[in-house]
Write a protein that binds this ligand. Structure first.
Ligand code: DGL
Length: 226
């Protein structure tokens, strides 16, 4: 069984991608709404929450867990070897999808930007790349609210406009949606930034999971939301 977790709606975007790729695999999705948002937490606050999510999913039978949250993935190096073995963090496959880029912009939560996890991984893989990390924590709660009220595009309009202007000013050729919540706004950013390559972390995480589990796709399927 595949486990997926996030603080909330970002994980839903990732589970939709996973569901598309694994039609016959059982999936269990955990949204830690009680402790949301993750992006405003310190590293010390975040680590026990992430460990708890992993433990709960393992207890419920998850054999492989997609950390469908860029913020939670920033503490992946601090997990034990056993926890790391069962989990797939979402930042590395997202960075690998960048390919040829002179300047990449990343929009992400407070914690993800403060950790520089994207900047460090991008520079490790592409030593000449220029990186602009942009804080967009406000957009997380707007996505949650917009989805709840089924009015996502309107609720997020002015924040998406403002962020898009900031992104244009960086001169980036590539944009990483470095928070899975923003995957719900992929189409909105594509309209505003037609000349920029957009990388959706939720999709890249699901594709990486597919690669890592390729031979296991089985013959039945259930999805549980907890
Ligand atoms: N969806 C999450 C991420 O990818 C975190 C959003 C939050 O809880 O602040 O970073």
């Amino acid at each position: 069984m595949i486990g997926i977790f996030d603080s909330g709606a970002g994980g839903l975007a990732a589970s939709a991608e996973v569901r598309r790729l694994f039609e016959r695999e059982d999936i269990i999705f955990l949204a830690d709404r009680e402790n949301a948002p993750y992006g405003t937490k310190t590293e010390d606050e975040l680590l026990p929450l992430v460990k708890n999510d992993i433990r709960r999913l393992c207890e419920l039978g998850a054999e492989k867990i997609l950390i469908a949250c860029c913020t939670a993935s920033t503490v992946f190096p601090l997990l034990t070897e056993d926890e790391q073995r069962v989990c797939l963090p979402i930042i590395p496959p997202t960075v690998e999808a960048v390919g040829n880029s002179l300047r990449t912009a990343v929009i992400a939560t407070e914690r993800t930007v403060s950790s520089h996890a994207f900047q460090d991984s991008l520079r490790r893989l592409y030593p000449k790349i220029k990186v602009s990390e942009i804080r967009a924590q406000e957009l997380v709660s707007l996505v949650e609210y917009g989805r709840r009220t089924r009015n996502l595009a309107a609720i997020c309009r002015s924040e998406a406009d403002e962020l898009s202007e900031k992104i244009k000013r960086t001169g980036a050729d590539t944009l990483i949606l470095g928070c899975t919540h923003f995957a719900h706004l992929e189409a909105e950013f594509r309209i505003r930034l037609p000349d920029i390559k957009i990388i959706n972390s939720a999709r890249e995480g699901a594709l990486a999971l597919k690669k890592s589990l390729l031979p296991r796709d089985k013959g039945r399927a259930t999805v549980r939301y907890i």
